[in-house]
Ligand binder design. Structure first.
Ligand code: DGY
Length: 325
């Protein structure tokens, strides 16, 4: 009997064929995510789960799958939706897709820095509303990128790639990280998060979501930022306290935010932010290019296929905790 694998969302067909060749797969093909009840039912007896950010894979899901479950492979580099401690206790390998989305995500974060600086989304809305009547020397003025300071919070692969782009665009770059970064691209390590917030014209978040980074940017941090400053979040929504951010944007504590991620996702359609001009809201698309999403799918399948053969996934985040004898 081939092992069973659950794929929780629709995926690239060529990668599903690779899985099908070695496993009995169920793909939840409809566009929307499975409900909690559907997930708990669909995992029964599976050896592998091809998981997405929209699935909360906790101890209950692992127990619903049962002893057969060996691998949970996340389609993404962030895996905060998976309870890794529960996976460790059950000897379940957790895989992810680092590296392949680095440049794509850095491109996107830098695009948000540029579009926020020059108020592109706001200007587009202005034209669509029919409010563009004449060239105005004093309207829709933005910030210069060249010569400004970018603060990067989390200087891993993606943060470092953003630093490279910023340096090439004439920005001074400072960063805050637990350790000195492997690749600084001329960026300076800030003395503290507060120093970084106070000195930066633009702050971009690239840290993982952990208990330490949850709510990292809240009222007192926003107060440290300059009034003309811009906050970019392409990391995870809960790193920012959304209510505090909404208040800060409303009161002019900071000038602008560009958010690819929110808390919750999707952002409720009656959220105050949707009424505000000084924020760009995007639907978690930083890695969404054809090439990158295909590579992410391939890596996720590689992680599952390795585990089905009894090998640790090539990108396994808890390899030191797994003992498959
Ligand atoms: C990632 O790779 O972490 C993206 O945010 C998708 O989850």
């Amino acid at each position: 009997m081939p092992a069973k694998v659950l794929v929780t969302r629709r995926q690239f067909e060529d990668q599903m064929d690779r899985l099908r060749a070695e496993a009995d797969i169920t793909v939840l093909t409809r566009p929307e995510p499975a409900t909690r009840e559907e997930l708990l039912e669909a995992v029964k007896g599976v050896t592998g789960i091809f998981a997405h950010i929209t699935d909360r894979i906790d101890a209950d899901v692992m127990d619903a799958a049962g002893d057969s479950l060996k691998v949970i492979a996340e389609f993404g580099v962030g895996y905060d939706n998976i309870d890794t401690a529960a996976a460790n206790e059950r000897n379940i390998a957790v895989g992810n897709t680092p590296g392949v989305l680095t440049e794509t995500t850095a491109d996107f974060a830098f695009a948000l820095i540029q579009s926020a600086a020059r108020r592109l989304a706001e200007s587009d809305r202005f034209v669509r509303r029919g409010e563009w009547k004449w060239f105005d020397p004093l309207d829709l003025l933005g910030l210069d990128i060249n010569g400004s300071t970018l603060g990067i919070v989390g200087m891993g692969r993606i943060g470092s790639s953003v630093a490279k782009r910023a340096a090439a665009s004439g920005m001074r770059v400072i960063y805050f990280n637990r350790n000195r970064a492997d690749e600084e691209h001329g960026a300076e390590l800030a003395g503290s998060l507060d120093d970084l917030l106070a000195e930066s014209d633009f702050v971009t978040l690239h840290c993982p979501l952990t208990p330490e980074t949850q709510g990292l940017i809240s009222t007192s941090q926003l107060q440290k930022m300059q009034n003309h400053a811009v906050l970019i979040n392409t990391a995870r929504g809960p790193v920012v306290d959304m209510e505090a951010l909404t208040d800060a944007l409303g009161s002019g504590e900071i000038a602008y935010a560009a958010l690819d991620v929110t808390d919750p996702e999707p952002i409720p359609t009656d959220h105050r932010l949707l009424e505000m001009e000084n924020v760009t809201l995007l639907p978690h698309i930083a890695s969404a290019t054809v090439g990158t999403r295909k590579k992410m799918s391939e890596m996720t399948v590689d992680n599952i296929l390795a585990a089905l053969r009894g090998e640790l996934p090539p990108n396994c985040v808890n390899s030191d905790q797994i003992n498959w004898g």
